[in-house]
Design a protein around this ligand. Structure first.
Ligand code: MLT
Ligand code: MN
Ligand code: ZN
Length: 306
């Protein structure tokens, strides 16, 4: 199974257009070790030819252009694409806006949970995806064979609800955060040989049910939005904590570093990293802390062969 990180940043990307925080300023200046990152997405293939995109970020057009495996092939005629299916893990803008860039009459299968599918269906702008795009409901807790226009991709996905919340633009007042609903899911992706990994780009807590599910995994790509729960407040970037945004921080009590330190997970990679996160500075003590705890920090173009 081939996994390509198309985008490793959280919503806003790195640098974010209107941000002059320490990290964004450093990456704009080209300081050594600071690498720009686009917004949250993976491409996965079992056969090397047909790809399943996990989330469709606003940067998708540039991500496809930067990834030869996703290019249209002139030997196959004027219109074609290795993108056979797209699945979204929630309805946040960083995970759905890229669907609008896939609107050129190209057949693919779009997978979303019932709740997220309703959000998409309820917004007429997504009607630009013509009727050649097949929409399928992704059930929870059920191994689902993934199909594209040319048949099965050789990939199976089991979606499961994780502690989360509705998309930011659906929040009304103080939303429930931490509930398990089909508004925020994690994925177990496997190939026909049984190789599997977990992808959880947004998660409000690592509770015992999630810990149990991940035990024994060969690879987990996990929510690395913030290092500290109050990081955006302290930096004057937001009034919200990480947990309030539906993102468990790396550090502190109940943080992912402590939670995963007790888990048998062979390879652990932080993804969906916010521009405020000090781990984006490779010289930081926070980066050293996550690496010495066995974590990798994803970057755009990172490839993993499982
Ligand atoms: C998030 O992960 O919290 C969202 O991407 C927020 C947003 O839509 O900007
Ligand atoms: Mn996000
Ligand atoms: Zn910033």
């Amino acid at each position: 199974m081939r996994i390509i990180v198309l985008g490793s940043a959280a919503g806003g990307g790195f640098p974010q257009w209107n941000c002059a925080c320490r990290n964004c300023a450093a990456v704009r200046r080209g300081e050594p070790g600071f690498v720009p990152r686009s917004q949250s997405s993976l491409a996965v293939s079992a056969n090397g030819r047909d790809f399943l995109l996990l989330n469709a970020s606003p940067d998708l057009r540039a991500q496809i252009a930067a990834t030869p495996a996703l290019h249209a092939d002139e030997k196959l005629g004027c219109r074609n694409s290795p993108v056979a299916a797209v699945m979204v893990t929630n309805a946040d803008v960083d995970h759905i806006a890229g669907l609008l860039s896939l609107r050129e009459g190209q057949p693919f299968t779009l997978y979303a949970t019932d709740a997220v599918g309703r959000v998409l269906a309820g917004n007429p702008v997504f009607g630009v995806l013509s009727d050649v795009v097949a929409r399928r409901v992704l059930p929870l807790d059920t191994p689902t064979t993934i199909f594209g226009p040319r048949g099965a991709l050789g990939l199976t996905v089991e979606a499961f609800a994780v502690p989360g919340k509705v998309a930011l633009f659906l929040e009304q007042g103080d939303p429930a955060v931490g509930d398990r609903t089909d508004h925020t899911i994690g994925l177990r992706v496997s190939d026909d040989a049984g190789r599997a990994f977990h992808y959880i780009p947004g998660c409000a807590a690592v509770d015992s049910a999630l810990a149990e599910r991940l035990t024994g995994s060969r690879l987990v790509l996990f929510d690395g939005t913030l290092f500290s729960d109050d990081e955006m407040i302290v930096q004057g970037l937001s009034r919200k904590s990480g947990r309030r945004m539906g993102h468990v921080p790396m550090s502190g009590d109940g943080g992912s570093l402590v939670a995963f330190s007790r888990l048998d997970v062979a390879r652990r990679v932080y993804i969906h990293i916010n521009n405020s996160n000090p781990v984006l500075d490779p010289a930081s003590v926070e980066r050293q802390a996550v690496e010495s705890a066995g974590w990798e920090v994803a970057h755009d173009g990172m490839e993993i062969d499982l």
